[in-house]
Every structure is written in structure tokens, then in C-alpha cells.
Write a protein that binds this ligand. Structure first.
Ligand SMILES: *[C@@H]1O[C@H](CO)[C@@H](O)[C@H](O)[C@H]1NC(C)=O
Ligand SMILES: *[C@@H]1O[C@H](CO)[C@@H](O)[C@H](O)[C@H]1NC(C)=O
Ligand SMILES: *[C@@H]1O[C@H](CO)[C@@H](O)[C@H](O)[C@H]1NC(C)=O
Ligand SMILES: *[C@@H]1O[C@H](CO)[C@@H](O)[C@H](O)[C@H]1NC(C)=O
Ligand SMILES: *[C@@H]1O[C@H](CO)[C@@H](O)[C@H](O)[C@H]1NC(C)=O
Ligand SMILES: *[C@@H]1O[C@H](CO)[C@@H](O)[C@H](O)[C@H]1NC(C)=O
Length: 394
């Protein structure tokens, strides 16, 4: 019975070490006066493009994908290089690529056609763009915040963190993919009849939506939910021909494009079957309309609503269930709550929220961009970010 003893001792040492680390060496006091964005954490503005939904899916992304073809290609090369390093097998990567072609052909309207158009415009194989869309869906970790001010105005903001586990560049002390994503960020204005239907902040080449606003109606963000109850079984089911579930960020896209109210959006996000678990963070245009929907593949596990009378004037979602503690090495939730508590409801505004999202480790080495949204005026603004050393890797 020696081994369990040693294992237990090792576990104690490990937990002690983790707890010591949990007093995050990269944490800092809540930032103030960061807005308007400037200085070392601000890496630049994000270009704007119109996506015309009246065009056939194949033609919608042409201008954008063509202009960014060099950057898209570089990123896909990096991703393939990592797959190769990981699998040590050119054959496996080639097999995966051919599977991607086929997988793309099973995607519903308008998604398959849009990916096809992007591949043509960027002069890349169809399967590569499919793979890029799947990668993006899997490796996104984020912080999203909804708040209501004392006048009942709703704000919805987020840091987009991407690139976890995808290669650390020791020389630059940065994540390779995170760096390569920055030139691909775009602010998109999806229009029908020359009028805005919704706006989003997105990575070029990716047709799902992880942050968006339907002006006057609702704002929506999606965060990754790592979970054992389902994981990516849905993806395998899809491959095997059982295609009931929705791709998580195709559902957000569809809701932003076609839902006409907060309640309708909430119902669709809560009750549509998915391929993998997710958090949907949704805010409406009226006092009290804000919620975090925790999803498994087939069920809604929890809907956490704003409750102004009950003192809940903000909701913070990172990548953990609200009823569980965050992973000790990745606690962005408490720092965000601490800064919101310090700001107080009477002083909440988009600049104040930009300050919160500029505070380490909420701002970290994975942060690609910060997006701020205010629904009643249909306002969205996004900024590229950088986190200089010392800075938490996630
Ligand atoms: C890494 O650092 C080098 C030199 O400091 C710079 O030229 C290069 O652009 C950086 N790469 C990335 C991806 O930021
Ligand atoms: C949109 O505007 C352009 C130019 O302003 C015009 O040529 C086109 O007909 C308009 N399309 C629709 C669907 O109204
Ligand atoms: C959104 O809220 C604003 C301010 O309360 C209001 O003026 C506007 O009419 C609302 N928009 C819609 C579509 O309900
Ligand atoms: C939105 O609805 C229209 C009309 O029914 C449909 O053609 C379109 O594909 C839908 N968009 C998405 C993203 O599901
Ligand atoms: C923030 O304030 C809320 C409500 O007063 C409290 O429950 C929570 O513990 C505080 N969190 C932090 C991190 O300060
Ligand atoms: C809140 O705003 C008021 C007026 O804008 C200012 O006087 C006060 O110092 C602010 N409070 C905090 C905690 O920042």
C-alpha cells in the first residue's frame, strides 16, 4: 500500500503548489483610464466590411477573403504544421484533409456555400477552410460580461481569447496562432436590402459568429464550455451521418440573422440540439433582459438571469459553470467581479468595462480583441489587444 501513499503525498504537493500559483503572479489592480484605447495594450483598429446577405452564399465573402488571402494561408499553414508535429504523420494529415472536403459538403445552407466561396476567393482548398472553421470552434476561450446601468441601459462586452495549446513562441513569449489571428480580425456588417441585420466582430474565414449585435433587439456572445458530458461526441455523430445537432456558432449566426426578439433568441439558444456544449451569453434591450445559458449538447442545464431588484446587475461568464469554482490556474472570473464591484453600478459605461477587460489576467496572452456593445443604439466597437510581459499565458 505504499504507492497510494506516495501518490497522495504527491497530490498534496501538487495542490499546494497550485494554490500558491493561484495567487496569480500576473494579477494586477483594476485598471482605470484605459479608454479611449491607446498605449501598449492597444494594438490597433479593426477594419470594417459589409457582408451582403442578398448575394448567393458563394459570393458574400469574396472581397474580404480575397484581401486577406495571404494571412489566411499563413494561419492555415501554421495549423497544419501543428497537426503534423502532433501526429508525426503526413499520411494522417492528408487523410484528415480529404475528410474535411467531405465534411464541408454535409454542411447545411448557407454555410457550405459560404465556405466554398471563401476558399475560391483565397485560392485555398475547400477542406482547409472547413478545418479552419472547426479549429476555431474548438479552441476559443473567452470572458463575456453583461451589465445594466442605473438607467436600465444594457452593455455587453467580451475579450476574445484564442490559440490555447496551439504552440508557444518562446522568443516572442506569445502564442503563435494568437499573433497570426490579429491581422484577420474584421468588424462585419451583415446587410439585407442595404440595411443592417446584425453586426459582428470576427476572424476572416470563419463563418460562424462568436460576438454579435442585432441593433435594438439583442446582443449575443458564445464561450467554449469544456465538459465531459458530451464533449465532441456530436462531431463524431455528424461524421457518422446523424446530423440532428447544430454547430454551436452556426446557431448564434442563425439567431442573429433571423430572430426578432430577445425571447425568441433565448428559446432557440436554450432548446436547439448542439454538437458540443457551450455557453450562450445573451442580453436584450429592456431592463432585466440578460442571461447566461449553460448548454449540454441536448439540454439546457441552467439559465442565469439578471435580477436588478435582487442586486444582480452584472453577469460574468468565462469558461466555467457558475456553480463550480474555476480551474485554479485559470481564474478570470473573480478578478472581473472584483473590478465590477469596485466600479459600481452607477459608474458602469463602455469605457469602464474596457478598463475591466484591460486588467490582467482578464487580458492575457491569448487575447486577440476586445469588443464593446450597447444594444439600444446598435453600437459595437472592437479593438486589437496585446498583453506585454509580465502577462499570464491564458
Ligand atoms: C516575433 O518577434 C520578432 C522579432 O522580435 C518579430 O519580427 C516577429 O514579427 C514576431 N512574431 C510575431 C508572430 O509576433
Ligand atoms: C443597394 O444600394 C446600391 C447602391 O447604393 C443599389 O445599387 C442597390 O440596388 C441597392 N440594393 C437593394 C437591394 O436595395
Ligand atoms: C431599445 O431601447 C431604446 C431605449 O430604451 C428604445 O428607444 C428603442 O425603441 C428600443 N428598440 C427596440 C427595437 O425596441
Ligand atoms: C435565415 O432565414 C432565411 C429565410 O428563411 C434563410 O434563407 C437563411 O438561411 C437563414 N439564415 C441562417 C444563417 O440560418
Ligand atoms: C462582488 O460583490 C458581490 C455582491 O456584493 C459579492 O457576492 C462577491 O463576492 C463580490 N466578488 C468579488 C470578487 O469581490
Ligand atoms: C463615479 O462617477 C462619479 C461622477 O461621474 C465620480 O464622481 C465618482 O468618483 C465615480 N466613482 C467611482 C467609484 O469611480
Amino acid at each position: 500500500m505504499r504507492t497510494p501513499g506516495i501518490a497522495a503525498a504527491a497530490a498534496v504537493v501538487l495542490v499546494t503548489a497550485l494554490t500558491a500559483l493561484a495567487r496569480d503572479p500576473f494579477a494586477e489592480e483594476c485598471r482605470t483610464k484605459e479608454y479611449p484605447p491607446s498605449g501598449p495594450t492597444y494594438k490597433g483598429k479593426i477594419p470594417e466590411y459589409v457582408i451582403n446577405l442578398d448575394l448567393p452564399p458563394k459570393e458574400r465573402w469574396f472581397k474580404l477573403a480575397h484581401e486577406k488571402r495571404v494571412e489566411i494561408k499563413r494561419l492555415i499553414q501554421t495549423m497544419k504544421g501543428m497537426l503534423l508535429a502532433f501526429s508525426h504523420s503526413k499520411k494522417m494529415v492528408a487523410a484528415l484533409e480529404s475528410k474535411m472536403n467531405w465534411l464541408g459538403s454535409t454542411l447545411p445552407y448557407p454555410f457550405g456555400g459560404e465556405i466554398e466561396g471563401i476558399a475560391l476567393a483565397a485560392d485555398l482548398p475547400f477542406g482547409d477552410i472547413v478545418m479552419f472553421n472547426i479549429f476555431y470552434e474548438i479552441f476559443t476561450v473567452c470572458t463575456s460580461i453583461i451589465t445594466e446601468d442605473t438607467n436600465g441601459k444594457l452593455y455587453h462586452v467580451r475579450n476574445l481569447d484564442f490559440g490555447l495549446f496551439l504552440g508557444w513562441d518562446i522568443k516572442n513569449s506569445s502564442w503563435v496562432v494568437t499573433q497570426e489571428l490579429k491581422p484577420l480580425m474584421a468588424s462585419l456588417d451583415f446587410q439585407r436590402n442595404n440595411k443592417t441585420v446584425f453586426k459582428s466582430a470576427s476572424i476572416t474565414g470563419y463563418i460562424g459568429v462568436v460576438s454579435g449585435i442585432a441593433p435594438g433587439l439583442f446582443t449575443l456572445t458564445m464561450n467554449e464550455r469544456f465538459s465531459l458530458d458530451g464533449g465532441y461526441i456530436g462531431l463524431f455523430e455528424w461524421i457518422l451521418g446523424q446530423r440532428r445537432g447544430w454547430w454551436m456558432s452556426f446557431l448564434t449566426r442563425s439567431v442573429l440573422e433571423n430572430s426578432t426578439s430577445y425571447e425568441d433568441a433565448k428559446n432557440k439558444l436554450a432548446y436547439t440540439d448542439l454538437l458540443a456544449p457551450a455557453y450562450y451569453i445573451l442580453a436584450g434591450n429592456k431592463s432585466g433582459e440578460g442571461c447566461v445559458i449553460t448548454r449540454s449538447r441536448t439540454a439546457v442545464l441552467d439559465i442565469w438571469n439578471l435580477d436588478i431588484k435582487g442586486g444582480i446587475w452584472y453577469l460574468v461568464e468565462t469558461n466555467y459553470d457558475r456553480w463550480k469554482d474555476p480551474f485554479v490556474l485559470d481564474n478570470r472570473r473573480d478578478p472581473a467581479m472584483k473590478c465590477l464591484n469596485q466600479t459600481k453600478q452607477e459608474n458602469i459605461s463602455l469605457p469602464a468595462l474596457y478598463n475591466v477587460l484591460s486588467t490582467k489576467p482578464i487580458l492575457n496572452k491569448l487575447t486577440v480583441a476586445t469588443t464593446l456593445m450597447e444594444v439600444s443604439e446598435g453600437h459595437i466597437e472592437s479593438y486589437l489587444r496585446d498583453c506585454l510581459n509580465p502577462c499570464s499565458p491564458w
